[in-house]
Design a protein. Structure first.
Length: 160
């Protein structure tokens, strides 16, 4: 994670903090977030860390909105079974019927413009639905369990 911090700091990011080995960081960015910001961060990470990352950036308010929109608040008690798939773009033709067919009887999901929420009480490891989300939504995603989402939210709230 030191390399991730170095990559972000090389772009002028300040107060960079990372969360475990998750590839997530909270930081202050000089200027406004744009698609050029995403490209610059991806390039810096690639140069510094030697990987080609998928990068998604959220303003604190955007991230907070995604957290507050959780359609399954009763599932928060078991954060390893509740997941948020952050969407790189708004899906234009999501195959919701196909997702519904893959869904186990215990699973629930909801799609919004920036997130796909999945409550998988039996775990995500064997979930056919979880494995197909990116393909059936037609956009790049990155998934995090609720514990990670909550921790990132706390970290963002602690930043000035």
């Amino acid at each position: 994670m030191r390399e991730l911090v170095a990559a972000l700091e090389s772009l002028g990011c300040e107060r960079v903090r990372t969360y475990i080995q998750s590839g997530n960081a909270v930081f202050q960015f000089p200027g406004s977030l744009t698609s050029r910001s995403v490209a610059a961060i991806a390039k810096a990470i690639s140069r510094t860390c030697g990987v080609e990352p998928g990068v998604q950036l959220f303003k604190r308010s955007e991230f907070r909105s995604i957290v507050e929109a959780n359609p399954f608040p009763e599932a928060e008690d078991d954060p390893s079974r509740l997941h948020v798939f952050f969407l790189a773009a708004k899906p234009t033709a999501p195959k919701l019927d196909a997702l519904e067919k893959l869904k186990a009887s215990s699973e629930r999901f909801q799609l919004t413009s920036r997130a796909f929420y999945l409550h998988a009480p039996d775990g995500i490891g064997r979930s056919k639905l979880a494995a197909a989300v990116e393909r059936l939504l037609g956009v790049a995603v990155t998934a995090r369990n609720w514990r990670t989402v909550q921790q990132l939210c706390r970290m963002a709230d602690e930043s000035p």
